[in-house]
Design a protein around this ligand. Sequence first.
Ligand SMILES: Cc1cc2nc3c(=O)[nH]c(=O)nc-3n(C[C@H](O)[C@H](O)[C@H](O)COP(=O)(O)OP(=O)(O)OC[C@H]3O[C@@H](n4cnc5c(N)ncnc54)[C@H](O)[C@@H]3O)c2cc1C
Length: 298
Amino acid sequence: MIFNKLIVWFMPLVPKFIVKHFSRPYVAGPDLQDAVDTVRELNKQGILATLDVLGESAKEKEESEEAVEDYFRALETIQAEHLDCNISVKPTQLGLLLDKEFCYENLKRIIRKAQSYDNFVRIDMEDSNCTSDVIELFQRLQKEFKNVGIVIQAYLRRSLDDVTELVKTRTNFRICKGIYVEHRDIAYKDYEIINNNFALLLETALKSRCYVGIATHDEKVSWHGLRLVHQLGLSHEEYEFQMLLGVDEQLRRILVDEGHRLRVYVPYGKNWYAYSMRRLKENPRIAFYIIKAIFGFK
Ligand SMILES: Cc1cc2nc3c(=O)[nH]c(=O)nc-3n(C[C@H](O)[C@H](O)[C@H](O)COP(=O)(O)OP(=O)(O)OC[C@H]3O[C@@H](n4cnc5c(N)ncnc54)[C@H](O)[C@@H]3O)c2cc1C
């Protein structure tokens, strides 16, 4: 819808308090306790979680060191509170754009800490400037640790090659469409092609018996997940569905009631702005909400 596209373009001009208001469903809150309360509620409903300490593109090493400490606290709390929850980390928050080795050491510290609690770390995938570096860091870490997984984006033209390579080491994947704005030279732009590529990546990974987090709210894509699970005769322990906090709770419930593992991505922390902007831009009703808020329409 053209109107929605215009609003997305104007979003950076929308006052921060309005962005904060509308992004409330997508973020657990500013503190670890907010995230713990959210995860406990999800766990009660038979839903797993992954915690994300909000933040990206660290400009100083201290920022990344603080993020490592935040993740340590998250892991300690998950353990102490007996939550069914792992963590997701962003490489640029851990210093990828400052110094690759420094990022590697930070990732290693977090993964080692998680290992000591028998927990798992998912490395989120960011924009295409990071893809090769993140895959390379992941492959190094994978040689040392079992409790680490990566994310592959179905919109990238390179992803089939990446998955084909990564299945050789029985990688633990999250596959998603991808959220960053990428050039057509490197990324598919067509909705159907992205969905078909998603299905092809899923098939490649699941056929190789890799564990896959099928991360989508698009029922056409989750159907492909269900089709493959059926055709390959997979047990519920060999894959999971993943969704973002605040998006399509009805689909979430349907999948859980059918007996599938489902994990919700629970972001929290003070650096809510960039994440919230990306989520709001994906919400099909955002134009309506924002116009209503700015002009006070009832
Ligand atoms: C658990 C998880 C982890 C992710 N990790 C990454 C990552 O590491 N790197 C990365 O690039 N991307 C990541 N993403 C984002 C992903 O790439 C997509 O941008 C996002 O999931 C939307 O794609 P979709 O498959 O839901 O399909 P879409 O076609 O975008 O959406 C399907 C339907 O879901 C609804 N919907 C989607 N988003 C919203 C929203 N914000 N508000 C309201 N309704 C909405 C819409 O109604 C739409 O009709 C992750 C997504 C999930 C679920």
